[in-house]
Every structure is written in C-alpha cells, then in structure tokens.
Design a protein around this ligand. Sequence first.
Ligand code: ZN
Length: 568
Amino acid sequence: MGEHEHELVVRGGTVIDGTGADRRVADVAVDGGRVTLVGDVPGSGAEELDATGLLVTPGWVDVHTHYDGQVTWDPLLTPSSWQGVTTVVMGNCGVGFAPVKPDRHDWLIALMEGVEDIPGTALAEGISWGWESFPEYLDVIERLPHALDVAAQVPHGALRGYVMGDRGADHEEVPTADEIETMGRLAAEGIRAGALGFTTSRTVNHRSSDGRPTPSLTATADELLGIARGVGATGAGVLQLVADLVDLETEFALIRSMAEVSGRPLSITTLSEPHRGDWKALLDHISAAQADGVPIRGQVAARPVGVLMGLEGRLHPLVTSPTYQAMADAPLSDRVARLRDPEVRATVIGELANGGLVFGSYAGIFPLGDPPEYDPGAQRSIEAIAAREGRAPVEVALDVLLERDGVGLLYLPFANYADQDFATIRAMLLHPHTVPGLGDAGAHCGMISDGSMPTYLIAHWGRDVAEPLPLEWLVSQQTRETAALVGLHDRGVLAPGYRADLNLIDEAELGILVPEMVQDLPAGGKRYIQRATGYRATVQSGQVTFRDGESAGALPGQLVRGAQPAPA
Ligand SMILES: [Zn+2]
C-alpha cells in the first residue's frame, strides 16, 4: 500500500458493531476486504472516509429476497443496494430458476410471475439462462458482476418441475419414492455446490400465472421429509418456508419434523393475516421447539405487508370503471387531465357506486402519503376521511390517486395491521426467536414495495416510534442475526476478521422515500422502486459501492457459496 498502512480507514464514526454492544466512537481499518482494526487507527488508509457524526454499522443482510432472475441482468440489485443491504439471499418461498430442463424455462417463469408478480416478459427477455443444474446456475451467477454479495437457495417448485415434469404442478399427483429420493439428492447437490438451503411454500396465496396453486402447496409429509433428509445428509444448509398454517398443530408438527429429521435450522414466515393460523400460537410452537433444541425461527416483517394502488400500478379502484378502462392505456398525464375534468370525474365515480374495490375495504385502505406513512391509524382510513368530509370513499380515493400529478398511492396493508396499530409487529420483532425478513425485494413489482424494510426497521423502530427500540439491538437483528440465520457467520459484525461490508449513516436523515413506478425491467417491464435517504456511503468488501444513494461504480459483490465460519 505504499506509504499507507491500510487500504481503507473509516475515520471517527460512531460504531454500532452488530453484536448488540453499546455504540462507541472508533475508526475502522480495512484490508483485503476484511475489517482489520476497530478502535484508534494510527496509520493512514489509501482511502479514508470521514465518518464524523455518522453511524458506522455492518451492511444489512436481507435473508428474504427474490432476485433469482434479476441477478442475471442487474449488477446493482436495486432497490436493496439503495437500502444499505450488502448481502441478499434469494430463492425463497420455493420459487427460482434452477434446476431447470431446457424446455421448462417458461414453466418456471410462469410460476415466478404468478407467485412473486415479476413480469413474465421481463424474465423471458432478461434471463440469459445457460444452466440446467443448480450448480450450473451458481456458476453463471458467480461469473456475473454484482454490487453486493448474493446467496442462493434451492427452490422446491423448480425441483418438482425438474423431477416430475408437468405432474410437478398437478396437485392430484404425488411423487414416487424414486422422485422424492431424486429431489432430496438434487437439493443436496445444490447445497454442496454452495446453496445456503432449501425452500418451499405451502400457502394458497402463491399461484402460478395460470392460476394453479404453487407446485409445493400440497406436498406430503413423505416428500417434505424425504427432501429434508437429503438436505440433512450434507450436514449443511437451512430450510425456509411459508405456510398458511390453518391447521396449526398438524402443519407445525410436519414443519418441526423437517427440522428434526434434517438436523438443520428452519425459518418460517410469521405474519398476522386473517387466513393464516394464529401468529401468537405459531411463535409459542417455535419457542417450544427451541426449548427442545430444535432450531426453528420466525421471519417477521418490520411493518405491515401492503399492496400499493396507483394509476401506474396493476391495481386501483378505477380499473372497474368502463370510462377509465377506455383511457387506461393513455399516458399518465393524459389520464390525469381527463380525470380532473369534472364531467369525466362524475361519470367515473358514478360507475364506481360500489367503491370499485376488487378486494379489501376503504376502512382498511389509507393514503400512503409522501413521505410514506405505514402506520396511519384508523382515523386516516379512506372511510374515516370520507365520513369526516361527508363524501363518498371512492371520491377521496380518486383524489389520493391524482395527488402529485397522478402518482399518489393508496396503501392496503393486508398483513400485520388488522388492529390498525403496530403492537403486533412490535411483539413479533421482540420475540426471542424471530429475525427480520419478508421484504420480498425484487418481487411483487406491480403492487408491493417492501424491499425497503431493512431501512424502515432501523429508522422507524429505532427513532420514529414513541418508545424506540435500542438501535444497537435493531442493528444486530438486521446484521449478525439475519446472517447467522442462514449460516453466514463471517459478516454482520464490525470486528477484526469479519467481512468489510458497512454503512455510514446520517441517523437524522435515515428514511425511505415514497415508492415510484419505473419502467426499467427488461422488455420495458414496470416495477415499483423505493429509494432511501441517510446512507452517506455503503462499503462492500472494503470498496465504496454507493455514495448518497448513487452507485460509485464498484462491483465487488460475489456469490457466497455455502455457510461461512466466523473468523478465528
Ligand atoms: Zn417470499
């Protein structure tokens, strides 16, 4: 390094190191992509970042994303890279793109389009393929440039399609013993090649774009335990799943058995939603399993999971109005101008006498606002506003959609907000056996934008609520704990030997901006994106990748192959 002692020194920041320890003012020295010293760093760095007045934290580890396709065309993996995330784990919820037979590409695209609302045309144009097996998929990902580290999991849906062909999506069919054995062997093959685990879905919410339930929905105990045994034989890997848990006792017993027969850690989506089993009972079962030494944890969300409705999105109350339908393909500015015409407005509202909602009710729909408000409370529902103003809810909704020249958003939180307050979410976050997740970054392009959850966790729960949670604890949940959940013990902590992935944060400025619709997917596909404020710099493997929300050009991210030990 010539006259410099270190490659990089982050100077004078307030370090929150990811272990939960109290913050302290310290320098951080980095060499060879690893932290080498935290404290007083006397020597100089070839590059120095002045962190005076800033928080210095490990980069966020987001264990629940769906970048399986995007990873092949987008080196930046936005929105996660804008949100301080330095490691993403994809392949969740049983969907992904490997293994795949050459003639089943469209089958997997339809599954991803249906389950995760990623435009099939974007996936078809964007994915270059070039793999059949899961190890081959990893090889392709590894050769591509990335701004952040990427890790993959073997998805059950793809395994079923690969091994069972069309029968894999037919819920009347069960795999033969041979097929189960093959799925277990292929899951193990993926894990031995570097997948972090195996994932599956047992929720009726997940459907392919042809309307059929996700392939793994009705998988039997024989199948799940057979695959779990295959995973267990590797002595590595984790299990991840989402399930409706309507019959909580039976379902949880099966899920617990998966962890038991494999001897591997398992995490499960934990949400409060009307059609799901009770979340408190689920957490009690998780605690009971933990008490028996069975490592099951809940993945929880830092805010409600909510649908966005806007004139540029897939869903909003006007879509059922024939007058609106006639203009639906016109540019936004034209639609806004027409909807502001009093006559057109009256006609549209007249056609929407039933309110226009395809699902939900105006008592549970809110103006998202700018900046976005994710905990509006009952008094801010469209119904409450309409009652106060003596107007029809649909009129209030229309005005919200027309805000900011037609990019206003209605927000329909469908999970974790039944009581219209955040007490449920607080309890979930504070439960001893949960970790933050469920942002689904990279997915739900036309309706949901929750990839910003890591920023929200820190900013909202650490600062904006009446009784903030300790920042040190929140940071550890989004770094060391999420990393540990998937076996990555080499990151999430700022101490010598750990990966030099970190954020320099202006705490007062930290926040998320209102989601916006952009048309930047392959084939002109649209998606909601969301940017953040307050991230002065993000460092990946010792290189500055983002400054003030913009890429600095460096692409040091890598495919993470398999579990990683903690530094010696
Ligand atoms: Zn998911």
